[in-house]
Design a protein around this ligand. Structure first.
Ligand SMILES: [Zn+2]
Length: 323
């Protein structure tokens, strides 16, 4: 459907083999396989190679950092580049202690500023690892009875240790819509900005889907709340995992039924209708190309321009990544 490349973090990079999570001795098998790739995370940061080209640091089962970990700190991610791949959650101090056994340029880093420099498959893998690390860190205690949880199903279920409770907790994602609204002619796009952003930056309208709401309802509500514009039709375009911390961005194109702008909920400082000519001339500044927001704008822009957005010399861009 879409002629644009896959969104950053999206792509079938990992063979998840969910059935492999049911093997009770999965961790022993992973440790016994000399080809297993261990990805290391500490909190929400991950161990990456800074030089010469940024990429994930993969450790083997024999590495002291992995060897010292208990199985409860491991999560089976799947098979990556043909090899079994396991997330190892460690303390940052353990990485410092093992410094001599690590590549000289290895360091802990947040994924977001690195995403555009990593190989696409590595960025996708780390997005998954980050989402699971966050979820596990937030479910160390049972939300029903307050007892500690333990990891089961290869780290993909956190189980309450209180036998009279026994609640299971599963990885969760928060659906959020993001939408490029055009006027009825398709010549103008509705973009908004928050007061905290540096001057000149605009982006598409976005917000979390609420319980009891369809995606289409969420699009219509968010657009109205933030801009006062009513949408007449909504069409799904593409999605993007966005593990900052646990969103799934669902990208839509919508056509407006009204054009009057009003800031109902006060979330946006400004919203305006922009033509392709304005965007090509550098105002407004667009979000980074790794974002689904940029992809949505690009798809609309290229549908009505002989010169694609990427080839426009004067397009303004945000200088730092932002969701
Ligand atoms: Zn419980």
């Amino acid at each position: 459907m879409a002629s644009t490349p896959a969104n950053t973090f999206a792509g079938n990079y990992l063979d998840r083999r969910a059935e492999a999570r049911d093997a009770v001795d999965w961790a022993r098998e992973a440790r016994g396989d000399s080809g297993t790739l261990f990805v290391v995370s500490a909190g929400l940061e991950q161990l990456v190679l800074a030089e010469p080209a940024p990429d994930v640091v993969f450790l083997s089962a024999e590495h002291p950092l992995v060897h010292a970990l208990d199985d409860g700190s491991l999560t089976l991610l799947g098979w990556f580049r043909g090899a079994r791949c396991v997330l190892a959650s460690v303390q940052a101090e353990a990485i410092e202690a093992a410094r001599a056994a690590l590549p000289a340029t290895a360091r802990l880093s947040e994924l977001r500023p690195l995403a555009a420099q990593l190989p696409e498959d590595s960025a996708g893998l780390l997005a998954y690892a980050r989402a699971l690390s966050y979820w596990r860190s937030r479910h160390q205690y049972c939300g029903v009875c307050g007892s500690p949880t333990i990891a089961t199903r290869a780290g993909h279920v956190l189980h309450c240790t209180n036998d009279s409770c026994g609640a299971d907790f599963f990885p969760r994602i928060d659906p959020a819509i993001i939408v490029l609204v055009t006027d009825a002619s398709g010549e103008r796009a509705l973009l908004g900005r928050q007061a905290v952003w540096p001057p000149g930056r605009y982006s598409t309208i976005a917000g979390f889907v609420e319980p009891g709401e369809s995606l289409e309802d969420g699009v219509a509500r968010e657009v109205f709340e933030e801009t006062g514009v009513r949408v007449a039709s909504v069409r799904y375009q593409s999605s993007q995992p966005w593990p900052f911390p646990s969103s799934l961005m669902l990208g839509f194109q919508a056509v407006a039924a009204s054009h009057e702008i009003a800031h109902i909920d006060g979330e946006l400082e400004d919203a305006q209708w922009f033509t392709r000519e304005q965007i090509a001339a550098g105002t407004p500044m667009l979000p980074p190309s790794a974002s689904i927001s940029y992809r949505l704008i690009e798809t609309w822009f290229n549908a009505g321009s002989a010169i694609p957005l990427e080839s426009q010399p004067n397009v303004g861009r945000w200088t730092t990544p932002r969701g």
